[in-house]
Design a protein around this ligand. Sequence first.
Ligand code: NAP
Length: 237
Amino acid sequence: MQIKGQNVVIIGGTSGIGLATAVAASAAGANVWSASRSADKVALCQSNYPDIEFSQVDIHDPAGLKDLFEKTGKINHIVGAATGANRTMVPFMEQTDEQFREAFNKFWGYTNVVRQGAPFLVEDGSITLVSGTPARKCNPGMSSVSCTGNAVEGLVRALALELAPRRVNGVAPGIIDTGMFDRLGDNKAAALENIGKGILLGRVGAAEEVADGIMLAIGNPYMTGVVLDIDGGALLP
Ligand SMILES: NC(=O)c1ccc[n+]([C@@H]2O[C@H](COP(=O)([O-])OP(=O)(O)OC[C@H]3O[C@@H](n4cnc5c(N)ncnc54)[C@H](OP(=O)(O)O)[C@@H]3O)[C@@H](O)[C@H]2O)c1
């Protein structure tokens, strides 16, 4: 499918998977609006990618999202790629209720994106939401991440039914080398290399590889209600 000249809005699009998707969509000729919270990231991206329109918005700010969607007029494709929450990776029984609920802020952010964005979506448009491998395969200590991912994937299927003929899909990344792991500081590269050894394809993924999956979900006019796994085989035993 051609996305040349189409309008694409990406929330969480100044780093990692969202930014790689913005760059791919722009390279394919789409008009791209890409947004996140941080003024610094927005400014840096704007100077690096002048063909994309970057702006500041928090996924938890429905009015800010609505303003952004309104600016575009009609929208062909919406991508929800924001992290949107802090996650506490400890066993469920050691986790506070507050910590567990906090992880779900990613999900509530995505519901905001859909509520505010869907009214602007053209009939043959699409929404793509990013979940993650832990929705279906996780290690101990990842209960809140797993449940949040499952909630996102459930939302994808429910919305595919309700918003048809608009299409709604998900993309579930495995371990991907993005800003999400910047908290590891100088240990990031070594830690990701080590994690990669335990993945079927022997390495962690790149943001551009997940963006490829999102571009497929955006572009395939007969695909809806699907969650695409881009994870180097991480779901296999
Ligand atoms: N990397 C992985 O291994 C992996 C695995 C599974 C799932 N995922 C999922 O993939 C998605 C993208 O993550 P990533 O790996 O690309 O991480 P990333 O490089 O840290 O990018 C996250 C993006 O989300 C934005 N963001 C975070 N909170 C936001 C908020 N409240 N409102 C608006 N924007 C917000 C960030 O910008 P600001 O800080 O400026 O807001 C940034 O642009 C996330 O949903 C993540 O859960 C990632």
